[in-house]
Design a protein around this ligand. Structure first.
Ligand SMILES: NC(=O)c1ccc[n+]([C@@H]2O[C@H](COP(=O)([O-])OP(=O)(O)OC[C@H]3O[C@@H](n4cnc5c(N)ncnc54)[C@H](OP(=O)(O)O)[C@@H]3O)[C@@H](O)[C@H]2O)c1
Length: 287
């Protein structure tokens, strides 16, 4: 039975992977949190691989605060790039296949049509630059890897846009949400399934893939859809703005083309609005 190590297990994707893992009876899992295994501690990673026979490592551990990264560049690069370099090195040394999650923010957003894996990267914020450096290190150090870029993750877990909108709606605060960026909200549960399908299908060549739900929208569209699903449109005033001041610049268009992955393994990908409904139905998320 293949054994899968999942790092960053307390994060939203880590938790979604834990939920999904029960559906994969041919895989054994080790879920490790930051307290169990800090990926910036190279010696601890080496020890872990020495003491446990691991076949696949899904790295969900990351510095994910896009805003704070602007002022915490060293920390962001330390976790998203330098630590990943070490992880990639030890994966190669211990013959572990590395599955790493990256981001649509490696792109600058000027293309205007869905991004392919082969499109030129040009991050416009520190977080994106740190994640891109992590990707580069993996390609240099670890041949047996899958880098899966994704976008706008949300789920029933952690801090994310869905949870934020519902928090504000609960407080009956008026909301102003930006229409400045277009992307694809992605259900982290769907991403978890895809990562595990990549492992069990044994079909996809190693390399870089894009995964998101289907379709596209703005953050305003996402907020509107959330409120509509909870019948909150009357109660919560939602306004749109084409300018919302943030520290970090964001790509104005970061929709990902996912056809490479769809061709590589058999997956059914839901439209983002449909997938949002599944999260709201399956989990007791309340407002
Ligand atoms: N969220 C999005 O919208 C989005 C979009 C595109 C791509 N991604 C990528 O998707 C992946 C998963 O994101 P997510 O939303 O699940 O993020 P998340 O909820 O912030 O989870 C990240 C986890 O990594 C842990 N971590 C941080 N530093 C660590 C370290 N040095 N060693 C071990 N663990 C560490 C965090 O622990 P603490 O909380 O204790 O620090 C947290 O549990 C990341 O690679 C992210 O870059 C996310």
């Amino acid at each position: 039975m293949a054994r899968v190590l999942v790092t960053g297990a307390n994060g939203q994707l880590g938790k979604c992977l834990k939920d999904a893992s029960s559906r994969y009876s041919t895989l054994d899992f080790d879920f490790v949190t930051k307290a169990d295994l800090d990926i910036t501690d190279g010696a601890a990673i080496a020890d872990y691989f020495k003491n446990n026979t691991i076949d696949f490592c899904i790295n969900t551990a990351a510095y994910t605060n896009v805003e704070k990264a602007e002022s915490e560049k060293d920390q962001a690069f330390n976790i998203n790039a330098e630590a990943v370099k070490n992880l990639a090195k030890y994966c190669t040394e211990f013959n572990v296949v590395l599955l790493h999650v990256s981001t649509d923010y490696v792109f600058d957003g000027t293309k205007g049509s869905p991004y392919l894996e082969t499109d030129t990267t040009n991050p416009i914020n520190v977080y994106g630059a740190s994640k891109l450096q992590g990707e580069t290190y993996i390609r240099e150090a670890c041949k047996n890897h899958y880098i899966v870029r994704t976008s706008w993750l949300y789920s029933q877990y952690g801090h994310n846009f869905l949870k934020t909108i519902l928090k504000y709606a609960k407080q009956e605060k008026p909301l102003t949400v930006t229409t400045e960026q277009t992307g694809t909200p992605t259900n982290a549960n769907d991403l978890a399934t895809v990562l595990l399908d990549l492992i069990v299908s044994e079909k996809a060549n190693y390399g870089t893939y894009h995964f998101s739900n289907k379709g596209a929208g703005t953050w305003y569209d996402f907020a509107k859809e959330i409120l509509e699903n909870f019948n909150l449109t009357e109660k919560t005033k939602l306004a749109q703005t084409d300018y919302y001041r943030t520290f970090a610049k964001r790509p104005v268009y970061s929709v990902l083309n996912i056809s490479k992955l769809e061709k590589a393994i058999p997956i059914q990908v839901l439209d983002w609005k449909e997938s949002l409904k599944t999260v709201l139905l399956k989990h007791s998320i309340s407002h």
